[in-house]
Design a binder for this molecule. Structure first.
Ligand code: SF4
Length: 339
């Protein structure tokens, strides 16, 4: 799966959801459709279709923000029918959606098989039964594994969404969730730090002191090794951190937690810093030259040159230079230390 492929999203806030999950308030974080869902979803698809006709850039029609496969069946198939009609006409390249793992049994997959579905994202959030229980998700890790197998058997692309820092989670439990996720062989993974959103159950737990979300530094510390594991497994981290929907940035929407519009960038910057520090193997002092492919230079330098500051102040290098080298491919880098 190419995570950069064009996606035409339709947000259906909490539509089909059996209950409101502890961390969720889709109405607060997305500018979604309201009113009659079938009519609203069709209208949004038509708007996207107009956009594709004028831009000449087809992409996948995507349904996010709820539990797509738990919509009343006539609504789900009505939306799929309309999307499939536009796929037939070359407007969309296929259909993708996110759903809960416990709402994707064989019976639903059988219905979906009649439509041009390309990608299914499972909102797993964790592969730990204790975290899933403490977060009242309403299913166990085995259901995530079963639903993933169902997606795989049908030949659809599989995306897994994980959340770091839910009630009962820890850095090691989160990494075990990443490890179990990799074992399911997804095509891509999204990782979000758990946030406290207004109107959510977590907001009540937060105000009573029963829950404390990860701060930005802790969230980065937790996610960097998970990102590294995904890289080693050749699985793209299609997104880290919530999509910066304008609704998310309205004052009072995020009450606490690691909310940063460039969370993924911060994770990648720290990953480069850790990797270079490891390669240095304790060497310090003198001048440090770092060469890497030009597209990684900004991540190596870090926001406000924080990685350079770390190498200079933390590791005592007098001068640090980072240069783009088009000869270097992938995530290769070359270090040179001189007096
Ligand atoms: S987290 Fe997902 S399943 Fe839970 S209420 Fe929100 S949209 Fe629905």
């Amino acid at each position: 799966m190419n995570p950069k492929k064009l996606i035409y999203p339709v947000f259906l806030p909490q539509a089909g959801c059996p209950f409101q999950c502890v961390y969720c308030n889709q109405f607060a974080v997305t500018s979604g459709e309201s009113g009659d869902l079938l009519t609203a979803a069709r209208a949004r698809l038509d708007l996207h279709a107009e956009q594709v006709r004028s831009s000449g850039r087809p992409g996948e029609a995507a349904f996010y923000g709820g539990t797509f496969t738990a919509l009343p069946q006539p609504v789900m198939t009505g939306i799929l029918d309309h999307a499939a009609f536009l796929v037939d006409r070359g407007i969309f390249t296929g259909i993708r959606f996110s759903t809960r793992p416990d709402c994707l049994g064989e019976d639903i997959c059988e219905i979906l098989a009649g439509f041009p579905v390309k990608t299914i994202e499972l909102g797993a959030q964790s592969l730990s039964d204790s975290v899933l229980g403490a977060s009242r998700r309403g299913y166990a890790a085995q259901q995530v594994i079963d639903a993933s197998a169902c997606v795989r058997r049908r030949g659809w692309s599989l995306g897994i969404q994980l959340m770091a820092g839910l009630p009962g989670d820890s850095a090691s439990i989160f990494l075990e969730s990443v490890r179990r996720t990799i074992a399911m062989g997804p095509d891509f993974v999204r990782i979000y730090p758990a946030l406290v959103l207004k109107g959510s159950r977590l907001a009540e737990m937060f105000s009573s002191g029963a829950y404390r979300p990860l701060g930005l530094d802790d969230a980065i510390d937790w996610v960097v090794p998970g990102f590294s594991m995904l890289l080693h497994a050749g699985i793209p981290a299609a997104r880290m951190g919530l999509h910066a929907d304008p609704a998310l940035n309205r004052p009072g929407v995020v009450l606490a937690g690691a909310n940063h519009p460039a969370f993924g960038y911060l994770v990648r910057c720290r990953w480069w810093r850790d990797r270079i520090e490891k390669e240095l193997g304790g060497r310090a002092g003198g001048s440090l030259s770092i060469r890497a492919a030009p597209n990684f230079i900004s991540e190596i330098i870090g926001p406000e040159r924080c990685n350079i500051g770390y190498f200079e102040s933390g590791l005592k290098f007098g001068k640090v230079q980072v240069k783009g080298d088009p000869e270097l491919t992938g995530m290769q880098f070359i270090l040179k230390i001189s007096d």
